[in-house]
Ligand binder design. Structure first.
Ligand code: HEM
Length: 171
């Protein structure tokens, strides 16, 4: 196995496919966990900035928090693409796929909650303080996000999900 080519179980040497590149196989480890930090940090950062606008003296915090949500979505482009490629390859009806599907639904719910958050905060993004309703919605979004992260971790650490061995037939 090299960065450009792999040897199949039958001894044949071939180039990595695009799907394998997206999964991170040429690097020797899954790519999805490399990208998940960006949406996580930006979503939590957005709510932290909103709280700071209430308890601190940082008038630009609501504006920065608004852009942090857009940053989370930019990072999600990579996290969602790599996650979906791994998810499509999982065996149908398996416990791992069921947990991965719940993980996917929670990530999409997080996205939807922050869409509402952004719509509500946009007109007041230059105000010195974030509205309490927006903060509550952001906290709910972070709660759902953390549940989704828990299931992602469960997939890897408890159920032993391994991208390198994922096959349609694996339970
Ligand atoms: C919505 C589409 C998504 C799908 C289908 C998906 C699917 C998966 C799958 C199959 C795994 C198992 C490990 C792997 O494939 O590398 C996983 C792990 C994980 N995912 Fe996702 N994911 C998605 C989006 C996200 C997003 C947006 C985040 C972050 C906000 C995220 C955070 C995580 C975390 C933290 C793990 C555990 C990784 C580890 O600790 O090694 N996922 N996901």
């Amino acid at each position: 196995m090299s960065l450009f080519k792999t040897t199949t179980p039958t001894g044949e040497t071939r180039r990595w496919t695009l799907k394998e590149w997206v999964q991170g196989m040429p690097l020797g480890h899954p790519s999805h966990p490399m990208f998940v930090h960006f949406p996580v940090a930006f979503y939590i950062g957005s709510v932290a900035l909103d709280l700071l606008s209430k308890i601190g003296d940082f008038a630009a915090a609501p504006h920065a928090g608004t852009w942090a949500i857009i940053g989370a979505w930019s990072g999600s482009l990579f996290a969602v693409t790599t996650g979906l490629v791994d998810w499509f390859g999982m065996a149908r009806g398996s416990t791992k796929k069921r947990v991965a599907t719940r993980h996917l639904v929670l990530q999409l719910t997080t996205f939807a909650i922050f869409v509402v958050d952004l719509i509500l905060r946009w007109p007041d993004r230059h105000a010195a303080e974030t509205k309490p309703l927006v903060i509550v919605i952001g906290l709910i979004g972070v709660g759902v996000l953390l549940l989704g992260q828990y299931l992602g971790g469960k997939l890897v650490y408890q159920l032993g999900m391994r991208v390198s061995t994922v096959r349609e037939s694996e339970p």
